[in-house]
Design a protein around this ligand. Structure first.
Ligand code: CA
Length: 225
């Protein structure tokens, strides 16, 4: 994808792409699962990033306690994690992402956000920080299956009303890359987390950047070429 002019829509993941929020997720996963005797590792927060909360809880219980969580435990862990998230410092917007979205909109490129998150203030936040309307957000509340299932990106693509070749995904998580590639979309990875680049490449990323500033420069330069 050498010329941005061919692109009609970009689907942005949220945590770790638009917001520097993954350290909060890492902290709250580790501390909520610890209450149940599970020593979740920091990198596991990143390897499971994109899954629904309940799915991550089930994976952690199976791996560390060798049994599935009860329905009650699922709810308790998720409620505890949500409570801890509420106490974390506000996640800042990642560098140059507001500028990138402004730039893309100016070129009449449609911008969507595709996230597994279902936090209640998400719509207000995306509107305030990025000018993104509710109709351009696919959240955890809009899908039955979270990433790595293709459903979230399939929904975004349907909403774009464009050909697949005109759509690009920007992701920071291996499961998010897998979900996007399963739909057949061109996927750019930005490695803002703690995993090796190879994990994102192995997931199928078509391009890889080490931070959001280099992503911004690369995309905007391509457009001016
Ligand atoms: Ca993410």
């Amino acid at each position: 994808m050498d010329h941005l002019k061919e692109i009609g829509a970009i689907f942005f993941d949220m945590d770790g792409v638009l917001y520097d929020s993954m350290r909060n997720h890492e902290y709250t996963w580790i501390h909520s699962l610890k209450e149940y005797g599970i020593d979740f590792l920091p990198e596991e927060a990143y390897l499971n990033e994109g899954r629904t909360g309940y799915s991550t809880i089930r994976i952690a219980f199976e791996k560390y306690l060798h049994r599935p969580p009860t329905a009650e435990e699922e709810k308790e862990v998720y409620a505890l994690k949500t409570r801890l998230m509420g106490k974390q410092p506000k996640a800042p917007v990642l560098p140059k992402m507001q500028e990138l979205i402004k730039f893309l909109k100016k070129q009449n490129i449609k911008v969507f956000v595709v996230t597994g998150s279902r936090q209640p203030l998400l719509v207000d936040k995306l509107k305030e920080h990025f000018g993104i309307e509710a109709s351009h957000i696919i959240s955890g509340a809009d899908v039955t299956n979270g990433k790595p299932h293709p459903e979230p990106y399939l929904k975004a693509w349907e909403r774009s009303t464009l050909k697949k070749e005109a759509c690009v995904v920007i992701e920071n998580a291996p499961l998010g890359v897998e979900a996007a590639k399963a739909v057949g979309l061109y996927t750019i990875a930005v490695n803002t987390g703690k995993l090796n680049d190879s994990v994102l490449r192995d997931a199928g990323a078509d391009e890889l950047f080490s931070d959001t500033t280099s992503l911004f420069h690369s995309l905007t330069n391509r457009y001016h070429e």
